[in-house]
Design a protein around this ligand. Structure first.
Ligand code: FDA
Length: 501
């Protein structure tokens, strides 16, 4: 059987992959993208592409029998989750013992399911986590380029103060200010003008119809509408969906051969194909790209890969918590699914925290203020290859999450003390106040300058590159997709100039 060949192949269609494919396509290089998830552009029988958080169906999750929402319970009742048929849905929760990781599946990767917060990291912290990267270049060129390519926009402060959709955020802001803490608006790739018209009932609702984590039917500039649309527009990029890369082999002549499993959305394998490439870019995300290289090294297919492959993984210090509000201090029943405000306590010398003020888009008054705190947790996990399941397993212990809890507790104890409020103990399936058994922000595994050189070239092999969140050493101090996008812009510019001339 003759195998197909493409000059460049990009694995995945998330942030790093989308940037890379656009720049390759614009340079005239024929490029194939391989994505294990679906293209989400066709309405189902209900007229919608994605289900809402309140009535999830099989489209919600990647081959699960029951949905696995982050808020496991409300008043200890499992109200959020539903039994569903296993299907190639849009959100996956990958379980590794004491840690589970949420990731998006489909053309656009995490951009389909995420909260759209587009935050540039604090420069001083960026310089700490990636000291070998020229920060002048990043802040002068690549962060602005990423923001432009992503279509980042800012909320109108006047509308924020007067709308119903962010009453929940104004309540949390008041409580933070009572404790002497600073808050800041968060830029977004959700179109705030569309949201304003949603509230005015001029357009179909998405963020205001409890849509987030299982996809947004309107308003969000996910990658399929930004970088990937531009990539396809070059005429040199094609995307194959429901194509999962399983193995990477290097030929004698230095080219790559991928083993690719094509399935239907119900999970039936349709074909196992071989695809050749001269230049191979890994953009399958922290879990996906790291697994591919851990598997390739430990099965002997790419024995020159370094011991750094699989190391340096972190949760971005994620921890979620809720506070109970007084009965008179209502958040309102209408809460935008897209956060727009954060508590910025990153300057705290001992316990830096950037806490996004998160919605509880339940459609009813909940008397709860929810937060996703991003903390500076120095703990790192690593991946090992498990031959029995032919997969990479994350090694992370529950105790490694304690620094995140300590930092969040330090901040929110202050807020509770200043307001006479308490934590919510009913949100995470048991009586814990702090949930750190999952992360939205998996980072690392193929860290820049360790598993790769300073531009994402994998050590040990030529023409093999990493483009995604696995390059970032476990932490960015803010929501990560702008950092991933900007780093990918920087790296591909150099690789195009030096390697693909
Ligand atoms: P990403 O994970 O986006 O894409 C990888 C793609 O590769 C996926 O489409 C996957 O299906 C595919 N793939 C994996 N393995 C493959 C294989 N073997 N073969 C073929 N395809 C494969 N960040 C932020 O900055 N602001 C925010 O508001 C949020 N909010 C948020 C909410 C939720 C619910 C989640 C899950 C995540 C966020 N994030 C976020 C995080 C953000 O979405 C995340 O950091 C980025 O999507 C990571 O981008 P990458 O390019 O690394 O890969």
């Amino acid at each position: 059987q003759e195998s197909e060949f493409s000059p460049a192949v990009v694995i995945g269609t998330g942030y790093g992959a989308a940037v890379t494919a656009l720049r390759l396509g614009a340079a005239g290089i024929p490029t194939v993208m391989l994505e294990m998830g679906q293209l989400w552009n066709t309405p189902a029988a209900d007229g919608k592409i994605f289900p809402s958080m309140l009535s999830p169906d099989k489209r919600a999750m990647w081959f699960k029998k029951r949905t696995e929402a982050p808020l496991a319970s409300f008043l200890w009742l499992d109200l959020a989750n539903r039994n569903i048929d296993p299907y190639a849905g849009v959100l996956d929760r990958v379980h590794f013992g004491d840690m589970s990781v949420y990731v998006g599946r489909g053309v656009g990767g995490g951009s389909l399911v995420n909260g759209a917060m587009a935050v540039v990291p604090k420069r001083s912290y960026f310089e700490q986590i990636l000291p070998a990267v020229d920060a002048d270049e990043m802040y002068g060129t690549y962060f602005p380029r990423a923001n432009a390519g992503l279509g980042v926009n800012h909320i109108d402060p006047g509308w924020f103060e007067s709308c119903d959709s962010y009453q929940f955020a104004r309540v949390s802001r008041k409580h933070a200010h009572n404790a002497g803490l600073a808050t800041t608006f968060v830029p977004s790739v959700y179109d705030f003008d569309y949201m304003r018209r949603e509230e005015a009932k001029e357009v179909p609702r998405s963020a205001l119809a409890s849509e987030v984590i299982y996809g947004n039917n309107h308003g969000k500039r996910s990658l399929d509408k930004s970088y990937l649309a531009a990539a396809l527009g070059t005429g040199n990029v094609t995307i194959r969906t429901l194509h999962e890369v399983r193995d990477i082999i290097r030929q004698q002549d230095g080219t790559w051969v991928l083993t690719v499993r094509q399935s239907d959305p119900d999970g039936n394998v349709l074909a196992v194909k071989q695809l050749g490439a001269k230049y191979l870019f890994l953009g399958a995300g922290s879990l996906g790209s790291t697994e591919l290289l851990v598997r390739a090294r430990d099965t002997g297919k790419l024995p020159e890969l370094s011991d750094e492959v699989g190391q340096g993984w972190g949760t971005n210090g994620n921890v979620m918590l809720g506070r109970a509000n007084y009965l008179w201090d209502t958040t309102g029943a209408l809460e935008s699914g897209m956060p727009a405000l954060g508590i910025d306590a990153w300057n705290d010398p001992r316990y830096p925290v950037f806490a996004e003020i998160a919605p509880v888009p339940a459609g009813v008054e909940t008397w709860a203020s929810l937060y996703l705190a991003i903390t500076r947790n120095p703990e790192r996990g690593y991946f090992t290859y498990d031959a029995a399941s032919d997969s990479a397993r994350l090694q992370w212990e529950i105790s490694q999450g304690q620094p995140s809890i300590d930092a969040a507790k330090n901040l929110f104890d202050k807020i509770n003390a200043a307001n006479g409020t308490i934590y919510r103990y009913d949100l995470f399936g048991d009586t814990r106040a702090f949930e750190n058994r999952f992360t939205y922000h998996p980072l690392g595994g193929l860290v820049l300058g360790r598993a790769t050189d300073l531009y994402g070239r994998v050590k040990g092999y030529r023409n093999l590159y990493v483009t995604d969140g696995s390059l970032i050493p476990g932490s960015t101090g803010v929501n990560p997709f702008v950092t991933i996008t900007a780093l990918a812009e920087r790296n591909i510019e150099r690789i195009l100039a030096e390697d693909l001339r």
